[in-house]
Ligand binder design. Structure first.
Ligand SMILES: NC(=O)c1ccc[n+]([C@@H]2O[C@H](COP(=O)([O-])OP(=O)(O)OC[C@H]3O[C@@H](n4cnc5c(N)ncnc54)[C@H](OP(=O)(O)O)[C@@H]3O)[C@@H](O)[C@H]2O)c1
Length: 253
């Protein structure tokens, strides 16, 4: 990926951070965002120490003008865009659907679904200029099947991300822009720790969730990062419109 430019949203933590590191290790120049600047600067330093190039820009993906400014940095800082991974998301609450607060519903949909669309809008403009490129949206197993851990708005948003991905794949196929989604099972990140700690017995919750995966373990963020970066790469040149589970067999049942 030498001389290629990659963009990652939510790259200052969790799976997104692993995606930034994976792109940089393959030689791409990376721009990434998140809201927490301090975390972003730490990732920049980590990449620089290993000889790579990555630049952090603060951006809230649910804010149109911030997204526009961020995505256009690919052009002003690095001369254009080749790959984008739309990863930023929030989990919301684990609450019965009929009791779910409207404000939190709005926030989850604004970040996870509308945020993905806003990023794609500006990314596609740059990819059309380049004449080719690849987008990967991070969905979830909750984008493929129902979730029984009381996160209906998150599930609705992540199913929406899969629909958005497939529609965009068809719309831009002849323009040489591939669009795919990755649907992770449970991955060890802050988001998952938050889910465990919202249950009365976090250790028991971890055991139960682990058992849902036929491989009987949780995944590390790097395993998702490798799949996302592979989908962006030329190694996946005939792959578009796919929602790829990276889930230890969760959705095979
Ligand atoms: N962990 C899992 O088990 C799991 C399973 C399936 C799918 N996923 C998906 O994988 C992706 C990454 O999840 P994760 O587990 O790595 O989550 P995480 O550890 O909570 O990280 C979320 C990332 O998104 C950023 N973010 C959140 N809201 C944002 C906003 N409004 N604007 C810009 N950035 C924002 C966060 O940075 P700031 O807080 O600084 O903004 C952070 O970098 C998400 O799409 C998630 O739905 C995760």
């Amino acid at each position: 990926m030498k001389n290629k430019v990659a963009l990652v949203t939510g790259g200052n933590a969790g799976i997104g951070k692993s995606i930034v590191l994976e792109f940089a290790s393959r030689g791409a120049k990376v721009l990434f965002c998140g809201r927490r600047e301090e975390e972003g600067k730490k990732v920049e330093e980590e990449v620089a120490k290993s000889g790579g190039i990555a630049k952090f820009f603060p951006c809230d993906v649910s804010n149109d003008s911030q997204v526009k400014d961020f995505v256009l940095k690919a052009e002003s800082e690095f001369g254009g865009l080749d790959y984008a991974v739309n990863n930023a998301a929030v989990g919301g609450l684990s609450t019965d659907l009929h009791l779910y607060p409207e404000k939190v519903w709005d926030k989850v949909l604004a970040v996870d679904l509308k945020g993905t669309w806003l990023c794609m809008k500006y990314e596609i403009e740059l990819l059309l200029k380049r004449g080719a490129g690849s987008i990967v949206n991070i969905s979830s197993i909750a984008g493929l099947v129902g979730a029984d851990w009381k996160v209906a708005p998150y599930t609705a948003a992540k199913h929406g991300v899969v629909g958005l991905t497939k529609s965009a794949a068809l719309e831009y196929a002849e323009k040489r822009i591939r669009v795919n989604a990755v649907c992770p099972g449970f991955i060890r990140t802050e988001m998952l720790e938050g889910l465990f700690h919202s249950s009365p017995d976090p250790k028991d919750a971890e055991k139960k969730i682990t058992r849902l995966h036929p491989v009987n373990r949780l995944s590390e963020p790097e395993e998702v990062a490798k799949a996302a970066v592979w989908l962006c790469s030329d190694e996946a040149s005939f792959v578009t419109g796919v929602a790829l589970p990276v889930d230890g067999g969760y959705t095979a049942k």
